[in-house]
Every structure is written in structure tokens, then in C-alpha cells.
Design a protein around this ligand. Structure first.
Ligand code: URA
Length: 269
């Protein structure tokens, strides 16, 4: 069995699905043009319709994604905005490492800024560091991280190569609880600066907190899946968090569809 086949099997996606070629550049309408054409229409019927699950190929909806405008990126009014304007990578990581802007810093071992290719096309955003990440200072190194690596491999990606991985909050929420809105809001300028520096061609929100940080307001994963959002000109796709997929492996195939959808939606450089 070749590597891809093993990876897909690892994700629980047998029988194997084969990716069609990514859409040719000429077929792909850049998000900005789609947005203009949509003239503020917030949902495209072909994308909102349930993707056709085919045993071979990308879901039909992935071929022609339409861009959804988003609300303000802020989740809630910021209590005290951390200053990140103009920071370069080293300064930004130092600022994250020294941050005391919210109570999460009190119990952290290490802040976890993010890892990967700083000029990546792909940015994956999770929720917040867990116990292992807190000890190692790197996102997604535990069980959920292993599944994330398998998900990346399933679409031909490798951690650190054309991929950057970050979290909505940079310090571990105690007991791995979901980060509170005020914590995400406080931490948000760090993620915003990372996005400005990376300028990814696609952002994949892993789970609800990440989606809410990136898109603003309430987001329901099942309603947001299969839709292409626009965040300051960068397409955003929402999928399940790998930790959820570990508990609900029956949804791995949907995550695979979402990644195929994201691949079809890569913004032009
Ligand atoms: N879950 C996340 O959301 N992020 C991590 O870094 C690890 C687990």
C-alpha cells in the first residue's frame, strides 16, 4: 500500500478516495471577483447544498466555491488590546512568550505561538494548546496533532512545509477547557499579526472557537462547513477539530471533504 493509501486508511476513509486534479487556474474565479459578482449575496446555493459524496473525487461543491462575507473578526469587545502593529516574527513571538494580558498566562508552562512555514499558503488554526503543547511550546503535538498530521498528509501537505499551524489562544486553558470569548479576543491580535505576516492563500479553522475567532460572532460548524468565507481578502474554510474527530471518527470523511474544498479554494498569489 502506498503512503497516501495508508494515510487515508489511517483517517478511516477506506474505501480509498482519489483526488481529482485541482481546478485549472482558468476555471477558478478569484475570491475578490466572486465577491464582486455576488454583490453582497451571502450564500451561494451550490455551495450551501449538501456536497455530493462520491467514492472517487472532490465533492462537487468544492469545484466552484463562492465567498461568504464575514462579520467583524472580533468575537467580543476587546478588554485591552495587545500591541502587535508592525511587529516582525521574532518580536511577535517574544511578545507572545511574555504576554500577561489575560489570566491564561498564570498557569502556562510556555506560550505556544505557532509553528511552520512563515510564508505558507496554508494556515490551520486550532483552539488552544493542550498539556503536551504547553510543555513543548509547539501546537498540535498530542493525539489530536497526530490526526492533524494525517489530515495534512491526506491532501499532500506536511507540517512545516507550506503549512503554518497556530491557535486561537496561545496559552493553555486550564484543564483543556474551551477558551472563553474574552481570552480569544485578548489573544486575537497575535493571530491577526500572524495572518498579516504569512498572507496565506487559505485559512482552515479547526473547530468552533477557531471559526469564531476568525469569522466573528456565533458559528455552528455544521452550518459553516462547505461555505467559503472571506477574511480581509483571504478565504476561510471551517472544519471539525481533530480532537472532535478522535471522538467522532464517523465524521472524518466530512473533514476530508472540507480539506478538498479548501484545496479548491486556494486564493491566487
Ligand atoms: N488542540 C488545539 O486546538 N491546539 C493544539 O495546539 C492542540 C490541541
Amino acid at each position: 500500500m502506498n503512503r497516501r493509501a495508508s494515510v487515508l486508511r489511517e483517517m478511516g476513509l477506506a474505501p480509498l478516495w482519489r483526488l481529482r486534479d485541482a481546478p485549472a487556474a482558468a476555471e477558478y474565479t478569484p475570491p475578490a471577483q466572486q465577491h464582486a459578482a455576488a454583490a453582497g449575496v451571502s450564500e451561494a446555493a451550490d455551495v450551501a447544498a449538501a456536497p455530493v459524496r462520491e467514492p472517487v473525487g472532490v465533492p462537487a461543491a468544492a469545484a466552484r466555491p463562492a465567498v461568504m462575507p464575514t462579520a467583524s473578526p472580533l468575537v467580543a469587545p476587546a478588554p485591552a488590546r495587545v500591541a502587535t502593529d508592525g511587529l516582525g516574527w521574532d518580536e511577535l513571538e517574544a511578545a507572545i512568550g511574555a504576554c500577561r494580558a489575560c489570566p491564561l498566562h498564570e498557569r502556562r508552562t510556555m506560550a505556544v505561538p505557532g509553528v511552520g512555514d512563515r510564508a505558507a499558503d496554508w494556515l490551520f488554526v486550532g483552539e488552544g494548546p493542550g498539556a503536551e503543547e504547553d510543555l513543548r511550546g509547539e501546537p498540535f503535538v498530542g493525539q489530536a496533532g497526530k490526526l492533524l498530521d494525517a489530515m495534512l498528509a491526506a491532501i499532500g501537505l506536511v507540517r512545516g512545509r507550506n503549512v503554518y499551524i497556530a491557535n486561537a489562544v496561545k496559552c493553555r486553558p486550564p484543564g483543556n477547557r474551551t477558551p472563553q470569548a474574552v481570552e480569544m479576543t485578548t489573544c486575537q491580535p497575535y493571530l491577526e499579526r500572524q495572518i498579516e505576516l504569512i498572507q496565506p492563500r487559505i485559512i482552515v479553522a479547526l473547530g468552533r472557537p477557531a471559526a469564531q475567532t476568525l469569522l466573528g460572532g456565533e458559528v455552528k460548524i455544521n452550518a459553516a462547513r462547505g461555505r467559503l468565507f472571506d477574511r480581509a481578502g483571504i478565504p476561510v474554510v471551517v472544519t471539525y477539530h481533530p480532537a472532535y474527530l478522535l471522538r467522532s471518527p464517523q465524521d472524518k470523511a466530512k473533514a476530508w471533504e472540507d480539506l478538498c474544498f479548501a484545496r479548491a479554494a486556494l486564493a491566487p498569489r
